[in-house]
Design a binder for this molecule. Structure first.
Ligand code: SF4
Length: 374
């Protein structure tokens, strides 16, 4: 099955569609989505666990990362992981999103010392323990810990129904001086592509995506979506593609950088749908609260994780929508809104993508949200 249905040149042309000609683009994208997944949108009820906000990178758009002496620097204790997981399960969550900075132990000796005091050598090992707690409380871990080695992914696989890493963009240009990733060695595109491929070799259902509006060109957006398509065509493990937009904040290096307008994001989502007709396509609803109906028309079939308990620690200024409000927007467009697990159903049907030890937790979580697992 071909992953891409649109040539690069055609995608680039469609990314220049003016606002007054957007309707026909949205109609084509929406029809493709309807043929793939019908009139049904999904979301994953989750708790967001920012295991540590220490990070060795300094992306120019990030407010999440901290250095150890910064106000707000925080590594969650296992007791905090347990408390949030327990509360989340009581509120109906099934996903434990472990989201954290990139390998802080490589640059912060005080953090490494603190890990060693609890007999842990690496952040990945600490996350492993956090996943054990979340699993024991009935949640299904999905970890995004930045760039991981193949061995680290292998270590986390038995406890994670899926892993994630935003590809963001394939352009090495964004690593140059003055650009968004200049001070972020882990955002080197070749390294991220390698991790995505290695996750494929390990048969790990994987979430990735494009971060738009960080100084990339339209050609680079197309190149990124093509790379995602290429990797998925080879390994078949990219369970969802997020199209996410940069949001400005007063305390970031890129505070004067213009945000994309909502309709420009909607146009990009529609082109992504046309390029990736067979893939799950997602846009976070909290970053575009006024464009939910347009995003539905543009061909998404999923809203990603939504939490009734914890904020989006990456974009703390952007609250999650209430599920009932989102359900109303979906209904106005003729769609149902349904919960899902942090592993998509098509992967549950394929034993190589599911660690046998996770089958029972998956079945239990599915039952809790009214689904029947594979
Ligand atoms: S975006 Fe991620 S990798 Fe970049 S500085 Fe923030 S936490 Fe670190």
């Amino acid at each position: 099955m071909d992953t891409v249905s649109l040539s690069a040149a055609e995608a680039l042309r469609l990314l220049q569609t003016p606002l007054n000609q957007l309707d026909s683009l949205l109609q084509a994208a929406g029809e493709l989505r309807d043929r793939r997944s019908g009139r049904r949108l999904t979301y994953s009820p989750k708790v967001f666990l920012p295991v540590t906000n220490l990070c060795r990178d300094r992306c120019a758009y990030c407010t999440f990362r901290k250095s150890p002496k910064d106000p707000g620097a925080k590594t969650m204790t296992m007791e905090e992981i347990r408390q949030v997981s327990e509360r989340g399960r009581q509120l109906g969550c099934v996903e434990a999103l472990m989201c954290l900075g990139d390998r802080p132990e490589a640059v912060y000796p005080s953090y490494l010392k603190a890990l060693r005091q609890i007999n842990v050598e690496t952040t990945v090992e600490y996350v492993y323990q956090a996943c054990l707690h979340a699993l024991s409380l009935g949640l299904l871990p999905h970890t995004n810990a930045g760039l991981l080695t193949k061995a680290e992914m292998e270590r986390l696989r038995p406890l994670n129904v899926s892993l994630g890493l935003m590809l963001e963009n394939v352009s090495p240009r964004l690593r140059k001086r003055g650009m968004a990733h200049a001070a972020a060695p882990d955002k080197e595109p070749a390294l991220r592509i390698q991790m995505l491929e290695e996750a494929g070799q390990l048969h790990i259902p994987f979430t990735t995506g494009l971060l738009a509006g960080i100084g990339e060109t339209r050609q680079e957006q197309v190149d990124t979506l093509l790379e995602i398509a290429r990797i998925h065509q080879r390994y078949g493990h990219l369970q969802e593609v997020i199209v996410q937009t940069f949001r400005s904040k007063p305390d970031i290096v890129m505070r004067d950088h213009l945000e994309m307008e909502d309709w420009e994001l909607v146009r990009l989502v529609a082109v992504a749908r046309l390029m990736l007709p067979h893939m799950n396509l997602q846009a976070p609803p909290n970053l575009t609260p006024l464009a939910h109906r347009m995003l539905i028309r543009a061909g998404i079939n999923d809203w990603g994780g939504i939490s009734p308990l914890t904020q989006d620690f990456i974009n703390p200024e952007a609250p999650w929508p209430h599920i009932e409000d989102l359900r109303s927007s979906c209904a106005l467009e003729g769609f149902t809104l349904e919960p899902r697990l942090p592993i998509y159903p098509e992967y549950l049907d394929q034993p190589r993508f599911v660690d046998p030890g996770l089958l029972q937790p998956i079945a239990t979580a599915a039952e809790r949200i009214g689904l029947v697992a594979a």
